[in-house]
Design a binder for this molecule. Structure first.
Ligand code: ATP
Length: 594
């Protein structure tokens, strides 16, 4: 419940006193509703439906007034008053509902933005250890459930206020009968706690199942090609069927819970109402007008009790989502890169330097991904990083971009240590082209402009020329406006790499990092890009991770990594001539393979 209270406080902080004003409005509405019910007595009496000649009857609150009115006017007058009252009450109610939805949706939007913002700024270590499907689930389903929970809570408060006022009116009419209603209502609350508890457990199960479903389905859709080519359809289908059985079971138990509670409350209502009428008539000798009012109030009050119970039950169902969301927010808050996004840019003029850098991935106590890394990457030169798969090349690049922070040692930019405060400023000058290039599901133009929204068309074509992509883009039916599909699926792997490279260049970075960025290209396009990179030397710092050593013979410096350590460092020719070195053996193996 503490998670829920946290969000409720946040709601109050977001809305301020408007929330209390709305609750106050609800008090007015409930009060008017009670008055409208009271008016029914004079109406029924004047119209002769019930006999109210009893002088002692307090319900003749309008009798004096009505008596003074000319004959035939009393009934239309009080009916008119009744209609105006109901109209006024519903007008206020309408207004409150509109304000409520504004408050509620506004708060949920604010929450979504807050969470999305923190995910955009959270440290990379959080991203790599968290399942994406869990994040998707939190940003969609969990937020929706929190939204429902908050709505339920607001309805609960509203119903609670309404019920309290109606109870007050009932007490005024007949304390004995109202006490009985109250005792029964409290009995209901006690009895319903069991349902609320069950609902909370079901909510937890529902969260787990929905996470498992989203995680599995995301995996399967991403791996459809593997599933088809490896004939894994049957096993995937079995997975879905077993999860479906769990979902069905969970849904059935939910409806069973709902209908059991409804069944109990409705039967209890009929039973208690019958007892009331019986005892009111026989024991309390209640006047018929009073009895009528109590029946009216009771039949309006009891559904409120039931609604309150149902609000609580639905609220309980959503509690696990509050927990998930709060723990996500807490975790991301602790791992935020910087508290505010300042616009400063950190240019590197001389070099990036790693001093005794060691790094291991979270929770992995045995092996270091990088150990005692000491290197200097001079500005406006090309540095190549090579090594076997798993040697630590991508990890080193992540350290250079400030995505991962060294466990020990430091990263220096022009001799100054990179800190949490300067890391984003550094990243503003870096363009990175990853192994698995990502394109948004938009046109080529939109993908390019994402990096530089004001770039004129000729700059787009120049970037495409640089990346050896201009020719194929010109041949596409819609040219720059060709839509690319999910993650750029409508392009070949090599075409995707070239568009991503063009996008990186369009940003005009001072440091360009390519992680196997030309691995899917044919030799002709690859050599075009090599020539283009060659032209950039002296203007931009280029860091290249490459398996194909033919692509780095222009590098000013080659760093050879093995099992997380630097084993060789120097110029290409120098390392190629070192017969005992690892680089030479890589070269020989590639020559043999070719
Ligand atoms: N997210 C991660 N969590 C735990 N260990 C990781 C993670 N990413 C990489 N590693 C481990 O760190 C080591 C270095 O990985 P890295 O990806 O840097 O190698 P690499 O040289 O880039 O390999 P490749 O050429 O295959 O891309 C490997 O042993 C790898 O298993």
């Amino acid at each position: 419940m503490k998670e829920f209270m946290y969000y409720f406080k946040q709601l109050y902080q977001y809305t301020g006193n408007i929330m209390y004003i709305n609750f106050l409005g609800m008090v007015v509405v409930s009060f008017l509703d009670g008055v409208a019910i009271l008016l029914l007595i004079p109406i029924l009496s004047i119209s002769g439906i019930i006999n109210s000649a009893n002088e002692a009857s307090w319900m003749w609150m309008f009798s004096d007034l009505l008596k003074d009115l000319p004959t035939g006017i009393g009934l239309p007058f009080i009916l008119g008053f009744y209609v105006i009252l109901v109209f006024g009450q519903n007008l206020i109610q309408r207004n409150l509902s509109i304000r409520d939805i504004k408050i509620h949706q506004g708060f949920i939007n604010h929450l979504k933005e807050e969470i999305y913002q923190s995910l955009l700024h959270v440290k990379w270590e959080f991203i790599i250890r968290t399942r994406k499907s869990n994040l998707i689930n939190s940003l969609t389903k969990d937020i929706n459930r929190v939204s429902t929970g908050i709505k339920m809570f607001m309805q609960f408060i509203t119903n609670f206020i309404f019920t309290l006022i109606q109870i007050g009116i009932a007490f005024w009419l007949s304390p004995q009968i109202a006490s009985l209603v109250l005792v029964c209502g409290l009995g209901l609350a006690f009895f319903s706690w069991k349902f609320v508890r069950q609902a909370k457990n079901l909510g937890k199960e529902s969260t787990d199942i929905s996470r498992a479903y989203l995680a599995g389905i995301t995996d399967h859709l991403n791996g459809l090609k593997d599933i088809k080519t490896n004939r894994l359809e049957k096993s995937r289908m079995t997975w879905l069927q077993s999860l479906n059985i769990k979902m069905l079971d969970e849904q059935v138990r939910f409806v069973e819970l709902q209908t059991s509670s409804q069944l109990s409350y409705k039967t209890a209502f009929a039973l208690i109402l019958s007892c009331f009428i019986f005892f009111s008539a026989n024991l309390f000798y209640t006047q018929p007008e009073k009895l009528l009012i109590v029946i009216i109030i009771f039949s309006r009050l009891w559904p409120r009790f039931v609604t309150i119970q149902s609000n609580l039950q639905q609220l309980a169902l959503t509690i696990p989502a509050f927990k998930v969301l709060l723990s996500l927010q807490n975790e991301t808050k602790q791992l935020i890169e910087v508290s505010d996004d300042n616009e400063e840019i950190l240019y590197m003029n001389r070099m990036i330097e790693c001093k005794n850098v060691c790094f291991k991935y979270n929770g992995d106590n045995t092996s270091y991904a990088l150990q005692n890394i000491n290197l200097q990457i001079p500005a406006n030169h090309m540095t190549a990083i090579v090594g076997q798969s798993g040697a630590g090349k991508s990890t080193l690049v992540d350290i250079l971009m400030g995505l991962q922070r060294p466990e020990t040692g430091e990263l220096l930019i022009d001799g100054v240590s990179l800190t949490d405060d300067t890391v984003l400023a550094l990243r503003k000058t870096i363009s990175f082209v990853p192994q698995d290039p990502f394109l948004f599901n938009a046109s080529i133009r939109q993908n390019l402009l994402l990096m530089n929204p004001t770039a004129p068309e000729e700059h787009l074509w120049a970037a495409l020329e640089f990346a050896a992509a201009a020719d194929f883009v010109k041949e596409l039916p819609n040219g720059l406006d060709t839509p690319l599909g999910d993650r750029g699926i409508r392009l070949s792997g090599g075409e995707r790499q070239r568009i991503v490279l063009a996008r990186a260049i369009l940003r005009n970075p001072s440091i360009l990092i390519l992680d196997e960025a030309t691995s899917s290209l044919d030799t002709e396009n690859e050599s075009k890009i090599q020539m283009a990179l060659e032209r950039l030397k002296g203007k931009m710092t280029i860091i290249v991770i490459a398996h194909r050593l033919s692509t780095i013979h222009n590098a000013d410096q080659v760093i050879v990594l093995d099992k997380g350590r630097i084993v060789q460092k120097g110029e290409y020719i120098q390392l190629a001539n070192d017969k005992k070195g690892m680089f030479r053996s890589f070269l020989n193996k590639q020559l043999e393979a070719n």
